[in-house]
Design a protein around this ligand. Structure first.
Ligand SMILES: Nc1ncnc2c1ncn2[C@@H]1O[C@H](COP(=O)(O)OP(=O)(O)OP(=O)(O)O)[C@@H](O)[C@H]1O
Length: 346
């Protein structure tokens, strides 16, 4: 493991603990069109050479605008999607390319929570059945202990045990998300990848669910990858932040470092849009010109150069690697904002 991207991904460790999960040069491509006719199909480079380490007990927030590849990366990390290239290691063991049988223990240890939990909640089954199913199928608890465990799970997510007899449609959105969380917890996971888990909820309910995530992390020593487009929510819940742009990580660092003084021009623009007055000292909003380029034909050089106000010839031709800076974060930019004079307007 000598190469700069992997070292940069690991340089963020807040403790000496080895990573729980590590992606090395992970890429995911979608093929569509007429694949049988050579040259006629198209390839979407949804995740492009991502190296990332997730450490035990942390919440790694994954942010970036719509279409940058957050969900695809989340699904690759949980092995819901096949990985096109690269490695994925859980507790040091390669699990990126193993078959279903070898993947079984990992499937339990890593759970995914979605924006809309309805997908995992069978509308014709009572909550008790929904929660008991993984306990039975995976033999997680002896039959005699299942009833107690169901009550425990309801208690963990703040729902009365009497609700076990109800059906999913009898709950509000926030309560349904609590049941989705309880279902994930039933597997006794070590890592949860939560993909936009609060974005469909009312703001007041969002705060309750975010607090629940934080409480559960402390209570059960969980580790999270928290995917969201709402930067204020991600800031509240995350210990570290990974910023994605067009399939790649462009900045990775502690939440305070990245939000306090972003180093990548894309992060700077993204954070300038947070409406909260206390989110950053700087109030001026940076409006990026142009749209997110297509991941079917990403631009050469720095992927961000077509929208970057500071791009020069080097940026147009040479792709910057994710490299560690002195302050512990990593950035994929030839001219990080923390290394140039802001007053000079560069
Ligand atoms: N099944 C698919 N086939 C082809 N392209 C896909 C597929 N799923 C996603 N994509 C494309 O891959 C890119 C990344 O999508 P992804 O959903 O991972 O981004 P995202 O950052 O999670 O966006 P959002 O926040 O809108 O969900 C997008 O350009 C998207 O259109």
């Amino acid at each position: 493991m000598t190469d700069a991207a992997v070292l940069a991904a690991r340089s963020q460790a807040e403790s000496s603990a080895p990573p729980l999960l590590e992606a090395r040069h992970l890429s995911k491509r979608y093929h569509f069109g007429k694949r049988l006719l050579p040259g006629s199909g198209k390839i979407v480079h949804a995740v492009d050479d991502v190296s990332l380490a997730v450490f035990p007990g942390e919440t790694l927030g994954l942010v970036g605008e719509s279409g940058c590849g957050k969900s695809t990366l989340g699904r690759c990390l949980t092995r819901l999607y096949e990985i096109s290239e690269g490695e994925l290691l859980f507790e040091g063991r390669e699990i990126g390319h193993v078959g279903a049988r070898q993947l079984k223990p990992y499937r339990r240890k890593v759970q995914m929570i979605f924006q809309d939990p309805s997908g995992s909640l069978n509308p014709r089954r009572r909550v008790a059945d929904i929660l008991a199913q993984p306990l039975r199928v995976h033999g997680i608890r002896p039959r005699a202990e299942i009833d107690d465990r169901l009550r425990e799970l309801m208690d963990l997510v703040g729902l009365p045990p009497g609700y076990l007899d109800r059906y999913p449609h009898e709950f509000s959105g926030g309560q349904r998300q609590r049941i989705g969380i309880a279902r994930a917890l039933a597997m006794e996971p070590q890592l949860i990848v939560a993909d936009e888990p609060v974005s469909a909820l009312d703001v007041s309910v969002q705060a309750q669910i975010v607090n629940l995530f934080a409480d559960l992390r402390d209570q059960l020593a969980l580790t999270y990858v928290f995917i969201a487009h709402d930067l204020a929510v991600v800031r509240q819940v995350s210990t570290r932040i990974a910023v994605m742009y067009l399939g790649s990580i462009v900045e990775l660092g502690s939440t305070d470092t990245v939000y306090g003084r972003p180093a990548h021009p894309y992060t700077e623009a993204l954070l300038s849009a947070i409406p909260e007055p206390h989110a950053r000292q700087q109030c001026e909003r940076i409006v990026l010109q142009g749209d997110l380029p297509s991941p079917i034909s990403p631009p050469p050089g720095c992927r961000f150069h077509t929208r970057c106000p500071f791009a020069d010839d080097r940026c147009r031709t040479e792709r910057p690697l994710l490299r560690p800076l002195d302050d512990g974060r990593s950035v994929a930019c030839h001219y990080p904002r923390t290394e140039v004079s802001r007053t000079a307007g560069t």
